[in-house]
Design a protein around this ligand. Structure first.
Ligand code: PEP
Length: 256
């Protein structure tokens, strides 16, 4: 079974045109291992420039453009929102959905996340669905219940068969931007739970879904994390703004 590895950069509300330029020039020189895709998710004003740089550097199919958020609606009176179809027109191929910052600051619910996933798939993009527990939830042994509750509405909305076109990022909230990384054993154990949870609905599909780890991944800890059986790459925040770190992380990933 070939499961591709994905390394995705989430720049959040950081970066500028100069970083788009440098990142693409440097990524063009990186030797990626077998079956690896790199996704760069800048803020939406930079998507177009990033897409054109990917094309002009002949990196299409290797470096992919991703959005950090997307509307669940197709079009209409939703000021400030961007639809999946608009993203698709800009050659965007991935969209992060349900990042913990959106769940926390913008009160996105798992039902809304499920609607967004459906909209993203309808426009032919790949959703990167973020799930993860808070520190208090882990401390009180609720991690698996929380993850199941975040995933189930998506399964109910799109059906398990569509998960062949989905990427899941497990990001413990307490590890995001804090410098605290889940140990590779803890991350593997949780990824295994996620895959088994999907397998209860469809084993064949579950084996194909790339599961990314996110939360303070850097050039020093990525190799050990990526070596775990059920970890298929990472969603990288802070370290993805540093070209040298990010390119090292990309070279460490390998398809399984
Ligand atoms: C993220 O924002 O998705 C993330 C994982 O951030 P960081 O790598 O900075 O923890």
């Amino acid at each position: 079974m070939a499961r591709r590895a994905i390394v995705a950069a989430n720049w959040k509300m950081n970066g500028d045109l100069a970083l788009v330029d440098t990142m693409i020039s440097e990524l063009a020189n990186v030797e990626l291992q077998e079956n690896v895709s790199v996704v760069v998710c800048p803020s939406s004003p930079y998507l177009s420039e990033l897409a054109s740089k990917v094309k002009s550097n002949n990196l299409s199919g290797i470096i992919h453009v991703g959005a950090q958020n997307v509307s669940e609606h197709q079009s209409g009176a939703y000021t400030g929102q961007v639809s999946a179809k608009m993203l698709q027109e800009l050659s965007v191929e991935f969209a992060i959905v349900g990042h913990s910052e959106r769940r926390c600051f913008y009160k996105e619910t798992s039902t809304q996340v499920a609607h967004k996933v459906k909209a993203v798939l309808k426009s032919g993009l790949t959703p990167i669905i973020c799930i993860g527990e808070s520190e208090a939830e882990r401390a009180t042994d609720q991690t698996e219940t929380v993850l199941a509750a975040q995933l189930q509405p998506v399964i109910d909305k799109i059906g398990i068969e569509q998960f062949v076109d989905v990427v899941i990022a497990y990001e413990p909230v307490w590890a995001i931007g804090t410098g605290k990384t889940a140990s590779s054993e803890m991350a593997q154990e949780t990824h295994k739970f996620i895959r088994e949870f999907l397998a209860k609905a469809n084993e064949t599909v579950a084996a194909k879904v790339p599961l990314l780890y996110g939360g303070s991944v850097n050039a020093s800890n990525c190799e050990e994390l990526f070596a775990q059986t059920d970890i298929d790459g990472g969603l990288i925040g802070g370290a993805s703004l540093q070209v040298e770190q990010f390119t090292k992380i990309c070279s460490a990933a390998k398809g399984k």
